[in-house]
Design a protein around this ligand. Structure first.
Ligand code: NAD
Ligand code: UDP
Length: 325
């Protein structure tokens, strides 16, 4: 794929956004990375500073932003439960006002726009695997609602801009994704378990550990997003992007302990409120419309992620920021 033109990536200094910026630059695009550094890290994009086709702008997407671009990937939003619950009002504003501002920009400059939506729109699903026509089972007033309902409202806005203004939209529903550059302190299960194992701490399994997730490696995910953006205008989604291999959280803990060779024990902690019991994408639509399927198996992806965290944790400054829990 050779790309031309100017591409805006909101949330570009975050975990997924920084990998996306890398790939877009590799394919020849000019990349404008917009981020307010709420959860993003400078170290994720430091290697791109000085690249002649890369520009970094500190900006909060809840405020309007005007720029000439051809495509927009809207990824700005804290994604881990502890981060999005820290300031829930700001989380909803980021999803909703952020979507309005980016859709307004797309309308004004006739850009194609992709929304990073989430499997959380399915809530605690009563069907498995989850296909795109499942409407979900979401608590509108719980502690996860700022994220779930914010993302649902953003999807509504995307579809209304498409119906009302014929905007070229793409909506991806991303399932749990992991890999290098996850925030070491963001509480997500893969980064938590790897950091705990590497530091020889207890592995904290919430509840009985029988809840399931399907983990997609970041390179596969970015490939899926880029294929969706490049697809024909009629392909608007929503489209699930995720790895359909399903694991219980206890199985994940065992894999991480084995792959790191850690002596950590598994300890159980209370289950967080409204934690979905199961999650597994039906990816037949992505397969049929984008020719996409994930390629990286869990063990392979975990090994690469462990390698990243080993290096990161060798930095004393990073280690000192990690909670003792
Ligand atoms: P992340 O927290 O690493 O990245 C989010 C980025 O958005 C950060 O750089 C953050 O600073 C930035 N941001 C937050 N609020 C902002 C604002 N108001 N203005 C500008 N920038 C802002 O998370 P991630 O895992 O890279 O997730 C990226 C996107 O993908 C999010 O929209 C998330 O909801 C979605 N997603 C991720 C996953 C996953 O498993 N990683 C799953 C489903 C959906
Ligand atoms: N989880 C866990 N221990 C941890 C962190 C998370 O058992 O240290 C569980 C969590 O309860 C959930 C699953 O792992 O059932 C995935 O959690 P994560 O926060 O990564 O993502 P999400 O719940 O948004 O899918």
């Amino acid at each position: 794929m050779h790309l031309q033109g100017r591409i805006l990536v909101t949330g570009g200094s975050g975990f997924l956004g920084s990998h996306l910026c890398d790939r877009l630059l590799e394919q020849g695009a000019e990349v404008l990375c917009v981020d307010n550094f709420f959860t993003g890290a400078r170290r994720n994009i430091e290697h791109l500073i000085g690249h002649k086709r890369f520009e970094l702008v500190r900006h909060d997407v809840t405020f309007p932003y005007y720029v000439e671009v051809d495509e927009i990937y809207n990824l700005a939003c804290p994604a881990s439960p502890i981060h999005y619950q820290r300031d829930p009002v700001q989380t909803t504003k980021t999803s909703v006002h952020g979507a309005i501002n980016m859709l307004g920009l797309a309308k004004r400059v006739r850009a194609k726009i992709l929304q990073a939506s989430t499997s959380e729109v399915y809530g605690d699903p009563s069907v498995s695997p989850q296909a795109e026509d499942y409407w979900g089972h979401v608590n509108p007033i719980g502690v996860r609602s700022c994220y779930d309902e914010g993302k649902r409202c953003a999807e509504t806005l995307f579809f209304d801009y498409w119906r009302q203004h014929r905007l070229r939209i793409k909506v991806a529903r991303i399932f749990n994704t992991y890999g290098p550059r996850m925030h070491p302190n963001d509480g997500r299960v893969v980064s938590n378990f790897i950091v705990q194992a590497l530091l020889g701490r207890d592995i904290t399994v919430y509840g009985d550990g029988q809840q399931t997730r399907s983990f997609c490696y970041v390179d596969d995910l970015v490939d899926g997003l880029m294929r969706l953006m490049a697809s024909k205008d009629e392909v608007i989604g929503p489209i699930n992007i995720g790895n359909p291999e399903e694991f219980s959280i206890l199985q994940l803990a065992t894999r991480v302990i084995e792959l790191t060779g850690a002596r950590s024990r598994v300890v159980h902690r209370p289950m967080p409120e409204d934690d979905p019991r199961q999650r597994r994408p039906d990816i037949s639509k992505a397969h049929a419309l984008l020719g996409w399927a994930p390629r990286v198996r869990l063990d392979q992806g975990l090994k690469r992620t462990i390698g990243y965290f080993e290096e990161l944790l060798s930095d004393q400054a990073v280690r000192s920021t990690l909670a003792d829990a």
